[in-house]
Design a protein around this ligand. Structure first.
Ligand code: ZN
Length: 272
C-alpha cells in the first residue's frame, strides 16, 4: 500500500527500516556456480517485449544500479525525454541475450521504455518512490512513499507480437497502425516548442504504416487526414498502448482524513 508520511521519507526511520527489510528479503539466494542468474531486482520483464530482426520476442531485460558517473551524465540532460534516454542507455545492460544498443532502445515501445526506466529506478533506489503531494485539509505538502510494485497498474499485450499492429477505420479511410516506439518519442522531443497538432502529426507519421493499402511515405499524407480521423487514430493508439499506467492516485491523509492527490508519473517518481 501507499504510505503517507508527514516528514520527508528520507528522514523517516520506519520507512528506512522497511526498505532495509525489503533489501534483505531481496537478497539473491546462493545458486549453483554454473547458473548465472542476476539478482532478481536487476531483472525486468517487459509488458510487450523486443522483436529483433530474427523475429524472436525478448521480454527479459537486465538492468543495473546507477552510479555517480551516471548521475553526472543525467545532470546534462535538459529535457525529460533526454533524461529517460540517458537512464536507458546507461542502466539497461541486456535485452534477452543481446547487449543493448541505441537502435534496440529506439525500437522498444514507449511502455516498455517506461517499464525499464522504472526498473533502473528500482535497481538504484528500491521499490518505493517519495512523491510530494498537497493535502488540501492540512494546507501543506506531504511526502508519500509510493510502492512501485504494488500501487502501479501495468497494462500488457495478451499477444505481444500481433497486437502491436492493428487497423483503425475512419470515416472513409482504413489505417494500418503500429504502436509508438522510442524513436517517435525522441523525434517529438527534438523541438520543445511544437504545438499539440504538430506533435500529433509526428506521432501519426511514425505510427501509421498504411492508408487504404498505400504506404505512408510522406508527412503530407498525415496532414491530409481529416481532423476526426487524426483524433480517432491517436485515441486508438492511447487505448492500446501497454506499459505502466501513470495516473493521479487519491489517498486518505492520516492527519486530517482529507484526500491527498498523489501525482504519479516518471517525472515525480524519478527524482534524485
Ligand atoms: Zn491532511
Amino acid at each position: 500500500m501507499t504510505e503517507l508520511n508527514t516528514v520527508n521519507a528520507g528522514a523517516n526511520p520506519d520507512l528506512a527500516n522497511s526498505l532495509v527489510e525489503q533489501a534483505l528479503a531481496d537478497k539473491p539466494q546462493p545458486v549453483e556456480p554454473a547458473r548465472i542468474i542476476p539478482p532478481s531486482n536487476n531483472v525486468v520483464v517487459l509488458p510487450s517485449g523486443y522483436i529483433g530482426s530474427d523475429g524472436k520476442l525478448r521480454t527479459e531485460v537486465e538492468v543495473r544500479e546507477l552510479t555517480g558517473a551516471d548521475e553526472e551524465a543525467l545532470s546534462k540532460a535538459d529535457t525529460l525525454v533526454k533524461t529517460w534516454s540517458t537512464v536507458l542507455s546507461r542502466g539497461v545492460v541486456k535485452i534477452g541475450e543481446l547487449s543493448v544498443t541505441e537502435e534496440i532502445l529506439d525500437d522498444l515501445l514507449i511502455g516498455d521504455r517506461d517499464t525499464l526506466v522504472l526498473g533502473v529506478y528500482k535497481a538504484t533506489f528500491g521499490n518505493f518512490a517519495n512523491i510530494d503531494a498537497y493535502c488540501i485539509g492540512c494546507k501543506e505538502y506531504k511526502t508519500v512513499a509510493f510502492n512501485l510494485n504494488e500501487d502501479l497498474k501495468v497494462k500488457t499485450l495478451a499477444d505481444p507480437v500481433n497486437q502491436r499492429v492493428f487497423e483503425v477505420f475512419g470515416k472513409t479511410n482504413r489505417y494500418l497502425v503500429t504502436l509508438p516506439t522510442g524513436s517517435a518519442q525522441k523525434e517529438i522531443s527534438v523541438d520543445p516548442n511544437k504545438t499539440d497538432a504538430e506533435i500529433k502529426t509526428i506521432l501519426l507519421e511514425k505510427c501509421i504504416i498504411e492508408i487504404n493499402d498505400s504506404p505512408v511515405i510522406s508527412r503530407n499524407q498525415i496532414k491530409g487526414m481529416s481532423i476526426p480521423d487524426r483524433q480517432l487514430v491517436v485515441e486508438e493508439i492511447a487505448k492500446r498502448a501497454p506499459g505502466p499506467q501513470f495516473e493521479d492516485t487519491e489517498i486518505d491523509c492520516p492527519n486530517c482524513g482529507g484526500k491527498v492527490v498523489v501525482p504519479v508519473n516518471l517525472g515525480t517518481i524519478f527524482r534524485y
